[in-house]
Design a protein around this ligand. Structure first.
Ligand code: FES
Length: 113
């Protein structure tokens, strides 16, 4: 059974557009895109730069380290066979709940953009 963690107000997260939360010793960055909230591990799988210091471009999280572009939903990059851990997010009224179990998709989705 999933122990969902309350990570904040949806209104506030949507207003800030990007926010880092600390859950179970892990920094997780929340990005908003097209009225949805996505969660990825903040430390990049490549060289541990913080995705939260990067930006969103065409629905991808761009790492400030070497500009790898991570798909918000799957965590996969377009350029490399590497997957950034992601987390499931759901909303209950104005609360945002996060599943602290990291997901690493074993296979790259057919189309990440
Ligand atoms: S540290 Fe993120 S792409 Fe290199």
């Amino acid at each position: 059974m999933t122990d969902w963690v309350d990570v904040g107000s949806r209104t506030e997260i949507m207003r800030k557009r990007k926010m880092v939360v600390h859950v179970d010793e892990t920094d997780i960055v929340l990005f908003t895109h097209e009225d949805r909230i996505y969660a990825l591990a903040d430390l990049c799988v490549h060289k541990q730069k913080r995705l939260s210091r990067g930006l969103l471009f065409k629905g991808k999280a761009i790492c400030p380290g070497h500009q790898w572009a991570f798909d918000l939903e799957s965590g996969w990059t377009d350029e490399w066979s590497v997957c950034q851990p992601t987390y499931r997010v759901r909303c209950e009224e104005d609360r945002v709940l996060l599943d602290p179990e990291a997901r690493i998709l074993a296979e790259k989705p057919a189309a990440t953009g």
